[in-house]
Ligand binder design. Sequence first.
Ligand code: HSE
Length: 307
Amino acid sequence: MDYLKIFSPATVANVSCGFDSLGFAVDNIGDEMTFVKTPHQRVEITNITGADLTYDVDKNAASAVVQKMLQEANADFGINLTIHKGFSPGSGLGSSAASAAGAAFGANKLLGNIYNNIELTKFAMFGEEVACGSPIADNVAAAIYGGFVLIKSYEPLDIIKLPVPNELRVVAIHPQIEVKTKDARDVLPKNIPLKDAVTQWANVGGLISGLHTNDYKLISNSLVDIIVEPHRKNLIPFFDDVKEAAKKAGALGAGISGSGPTIFALCKGDEIAKNVYNAVEKSYRNKGIDFELFISKINHEGIKILE
Ligand code: HSE
């Protein structure tokens, strides 16, 4: 194989209660990337569209991942890549993760599939580190594995793919402001009361159990984040209004997607999702901030080969 075109999905990390440990992939939003094998043992980005990102191969999350993989595999070839961003960087929908995970997946194909998904996730985490300073796994693992994932452990890295109830849909609103992941991490408390930790880990357990048993009620009452959201929501204008509108319209729950500013709502079925979409749209209209709105199924398969 010496050419490949892929789709790498956007992802929602944390999923309310699972800070840095839960994530899921979105079906119809993501990046398209191409990979061409070259004889000159260099990695080059030949085109980036859809966003203004660096062509510096050491600083771009995608090329940095490809470079590391070729070096570690002692490859005798190089790769030219193109990146078409299907959604904005800094949105909280795992933009750098989609590129980093897509890069790991694409380079692996040209290397002859020598790495497994855990190894690909580790390479993609390096891309996250290049992009935002922290090697976080939740977005990249969700993009690589598809569906819902649990980062069971970081050291050693252990990822569990979780089932996705059939009728689950996501509505996401991206207010057109940028929240840098680093800033969103800096506002978090270093210590949390034991009582809050107990509530939070019970909700993680409830959410995972709900996913396994198709128990939408349990999913709904587990989509609660009392540790991270109270601090981060102040970075997102009208967060409470959106959350309230989504829940009133029937959403199972709503929260901050990754480090924000995107706000996501999980819904049961297309009809409720459409109502939530309309209610969220109405809640942000006339607020003086541009926004994009998405509605999607959950992506089950992760990164897809297009050509
Ligand atoms: N889990 C991460 C966070 C996702 O919330 O900071 C952002 O990459």
